[in-house]
Design a protein around this ligand. Sequence first.
Ligand code: PRP
Length: 189
Amino acid sequence: MGKGIFSLDEDIKKILVTEEEVRRAVKDTAAWINRTYEKTEGRLLLLGILKGSVVFMGDLMKHITLPVEIDFMKVSSYGSGTATSGNVNIILDLMRKDIDKINIIIVEDIVDSGVTLSYLVEYLKHKGAKSVATCTLLDKPSRRKVPFVPDHVGVEVPDEFVVGYGLDYDEYYRTLPYIGVLKEEVYQK
Ligand code: PRP
């Protein structure tokens, strides 16, 4: 990238969700899962969508008190202005023969246009999952291109360029322990 060694923090305009607020959102999400699935029959699977969800997933799973499995899928969504729920490419699929016995909770870092999750929910239901629900750390409802409402949202955020806690710009900034807004000059170069 030609930038050499640089400090990630210096590229942050402001902190939108502090470490403490992230911790609270993680615990809220875990409490929702523990409550919702307490009496549910079948197996429970936390399904993280790579790569953005890994930090949230890692923290979230430690607060789940029910027996739970983890797995991951990787997808890429194409198109910009005209993206529809058909423009999602599966790069790493969920391979399970017993999917009809599994209650899936998709774990996302952010819902933006809604294209990825609306597609994945239908895809996993079509594959025969016992149930499919969604939770996301961040939600940007003002950016929807398709109607989609997550089952659980950690924090609703405005339409700003957010990075940190798994979210990247050009693959960097995922390692920041908070959610920050990137300075315009970083991505307008
Ligand atoms: C982000 C995020 C979601 C998706 C949400 O992933 O993690 O998967 O975009 O956007 P949508 O609601 O508009 O579909 P991204 O494609 O940036 O990949 P990454 O997680 O590997 O960074």
